[in-house]
Ligand binder design. Structure first.
Ligand SMILES: Nc1ncnc2c1ncn2[C@@H]1O[C@H](COP(=O)(O)OP(=O)(O)OP(=O)(O)O)[C@@H](O)[C@H]1O
Ligand SMILES: [Mg+2]
Length: 264
């Protein structure tokens, strides 16, 4: 059986994924701040434009203008794609036009995404949601339920989805865990300061229906070009492990949250 795969726009990553992300998948892009999640989403979107897919990009952490500027710096003419009716950027931070979200709730989000897809027309489509965490920051216990809802409803609209989830630098924990379980794939970014230098890494933690690479690769962002993967690299567990005292605190705080937030 041949699986249709969508290029991520980063050719080294496509190789790790045996060609790309299977069509129709929801992939979680997880990691600490500044590790490259947004840049990967931009590559995925721009590749969609190049491949003739419909592209819907939801931004919750940056304004539409900021996304467009960042893309321009990497040689992606996203604004032009929007003008040509190939892509729609839904601004959930600052916007007040038709393609803006005024409240961060999953029903509004789905409605707007479907409206955008209708506007763009039939055909294979890509959806980016950067970030999903914004939708459950004040109610982390809802993360799983919301993720499930989005996946179920958006499936029939011919989307392949890349959605980011943020992890705290201090604990490497997600703000609300759930997307990772619902997702068909997980691309995990990590950061390490070694010898006074910040370095970023990528690991494909899960990709259903794909015999993917299990090694960790160093990520570099080249001005004017974007994301490249170097490697693979060897790393030691202690490079990413937390001191015991911190781990203890996390366990205690998790217990506290559990007792305060009822499972629904
Ligand atoms: N135009 C550029 N040229 C070179 N490097 C860049 C460029 N833009 C961003 N970077 C590098 O990439 C990093 C940001 O990556 P990105 O915005 O994708 O992070 P992120 O994982 O989305 O973070 P956050 O969770 O805060 O949104 C920057 O901190 C910088 O190191
Ligand atoms: Mg980002």
């Amino acid at each position: 059986m041949i699986i249709e795969r969508l290029s991520t726009g980063v050719k080294e990553l496509d190789k790790l994924l045996k060609g790309g992300i299977p069509k129709g998948f929801l992939v979680a892009v997880a990691g600490e701040p500044g590790t490259g999640k947004t840049i990967l989403c931009l590559h995925f979107s721009w590749q969609g434009v190049l491949d003739g897919d419909r592209v819907v990009y939801v931004t919750t952490e940056e304004s539409r203008d900021s996304v467009i500027r960042q893309a321009e710096m990497l040689g992606m003419r996203l604004e032009d794609a929007v003008d040509r009716g190939k892509a729609i950027i839904i601004d959930a931070l600052l916007g007040s036009d038709r393609w803006s979200l005024r409240s961060l709730n999953p029903e509004n989000l789905v409605e707007k995404i479907v409206e955008a897809k209708r506007e763009l027309g039939y055909g294979r489509a890509r959806l980016v949601i950067d970030s999903m965490s914004a939708f459950w920051l004040d109610k982390p216990a809802m993360a799983r339920k919301y993720s499930y809802y989005l996946k179920k409803v958006l499936h029939k609209w011919n989307f392949t989805i890349m959605a980011t989830t943020q992890y705290a630098i201090s604990t490497s924990e997600a703000f609300g865990f759930g997307l990772e379980h619902i997702a068909d794939g997980i691309i995990r970014f990590r950061r390490v300061v070694r010898g006074g230098e910040l370095r970023k890494f990528l690991l494909v933690e899960k990709m259903r229906q794909t015999p993917h690479d299990l090694r960790m690769y160093e990520v570099i962002i080249e001005p004017g070009i974007g994301m490249r993967l170097m490697g693979p690299v060897k790393y030691r567990a202690e490079d990413f492990a937390l001191p015991t005292s911190v781990s203890k605190k996390i366990v205690e705080s998790r217990k506290r949250v559990k007792s305060e937030v009822p499972d629904d």
